[in-house]
Design a protein around this ligand. Structure first.
Ligand SMILES: *Cc1c(COP(=O)(O)O)cnc(C)c1O
Length: 383
């Protein structure tokens, strides 16, 4: 049996006619850059995430970049983030000439640990502390970072919070007082990616920045278009970070199905748990610590032998992948930051022991059963 890690063709075949009609309508309009469809998408995504405003941009990376630019982050500044994420979370900081300061993650959620964040901030002298402009928590794999303590710490230290919600559209977090909020509505900015493999994926590149402050919203729109405030008057050096109408039209169709797809992902995660109850000892399933995990990835932790399991599953026709094999603080391009092995041990362990299994919405119970049988076989084989 074949079980790919992700199968976008199945999703497409169900909605092909609807999508093609929308793309054709954009072609007929000949309005390709920004315009009414992008505005409609911005409105819908803001509503969906519980944020006041949204600005469509060219990718998730550019969403992060433009948020930092709108905060004026540049040379001499520092921005705190997690070393266990996709490259662009830290790449955008360095691209602006600022320094990423990495804080280790929680062992169960793989998200930045607020206790370690506070310790790190407390350990800095005043001069360094003043250089810190923002923290970028990532809601990794579809589960929110522990936002309440993080927001409190950020407020106390006067730093901005830029949520990297690229993998977490529709994920929810519950505050101590019972309030439930969605990814992208809690910090100063929420950054989303519509890369095709995300839960809401375009037919190319795309992204979105959400915020609740009208001034920030206006600034983001200016930065998106070369810092232009009125025709050919440039207040800032912005860039071309615009979203195009064909992507927006595809995303508007897909957004209608997003909750259904998310529910199927959550259900699949539940079936994995149900089928493996009591049987697995070396393999740990992801913990649902926060309110609504949307399972962009289903990440298991293998006590030892992760690479052996990956090999074993691949031979059985099961798609699996390592996210992420090298933590960001150990990347060659950040050698100048002088981190070494052992500096951020939880992230380093996660990089060594975790593996993503298929969890996409269209998986059948038979396929999930086959994956589970293969996991059991691996354990009993003692490899
Ligand atoms: C995908 C992703 C990004 C970047 O998004 P792109 O649209 O590919 O530029 C940033 N951060 C995280 C955590 C991601 O998963």
């Amino acid at each position: 049996m074949k079980v790919p890690l992700l199968d976008l063709k199945q999703q497409y075949s169900r909605i092909k006619d609807e999508i093609m009609a929308e793309i054709e309508a954009v072609c007929d309009s000949q309005i390709f850059i920004l315009g009414p469809r992008v505005e409609e998408l911005e409105k819908r995504v803001a509503e969906y995430c519980g944020a006041r405003y949204a600005v469509g941009v060219s990718s998730g990376t550019d969403a992060l970049l433009i948020a930092l630019m709108a905060e004026g982050v540049g040379h001499g500044d520092m921005v705190i983030t997690t070393p266990y994420s996709f490259f662009s979370t830290a790449g955008v900081i360095a691209r602006l000439g600022a320094v990423p300061l990495f804080v280790d993650i929680d062992d169960e959620t793989y998200n930045i640990d607020p206790v370690k964040l506070k310790e790190r901030l407390d350990s800095l002298g005043k001069e360094q502390r003043d250089r810190i402009k923002a923290v970028i928590p990532v809601h990794l794999f579809g589960q929110c970072a522990d936002m309440e303590p993080m927001l409190n710490i950020a407020r106390r230290y006067g730093i901005k919070v830029i949520e990297d919600a690229a993998q977490a559209i529709g994920a929810e977090y519950e505050f101590g007082n019972g309030d439930v909020k969605r990814a992208g509505s809690m910090g100063d900015y929420g950054c989303f990616s519509f890369y095709p493999t995300k839960n809401l994926g375009a037919f190319g590149e795309g992204g979105m920045v959400t915020c609740n402050d009208e001034d920030l919203y206006k600034r983001l729109k200016i930065f998106r278009n070369h810092g232009d405030v009125s025709r050919y008057s440039h207040r800032y050096v912005g860039g071309n970070f615009r979203l195009d109408a064909i992507q927006a039209s595809v995303l508007l169709v897909k957004l209608k199905y997003l909750d259904e797809w998310t529910q199927a992902r959550v259900k699949n995660a539940g079936i994995y748990r149900e089928l493996t109850k009591k049987y697995l000892t070396k393999i740990h399933f992801p913990l649902e610590k926060e309110k609504r995990h949307i399972y962009n990835q289903f990440i298991i932790k293998v006590r030892d032998g992760r690479d052996g399991l990956k090999q074993f599953l691949s031979e059985k026709g099961i798609g699996c992948e390592i996210y992420y094999p090298v933590p960001l603080h150990l990347q060659e391009c950040f050698k100048n930051l002088k981190y070494g092995i052992g500096d951020l041990p939880v992230s380093e362990n996660a990089a060594l022991n975790t593996l993503a299994l298929p969890v996409y919405p269209e998986l059948t119970r038979e396929q999930l059963g086959y994956v589970v049988d293969s996991l059991k076989l691996f354990e009993s084989s003692g490899k």
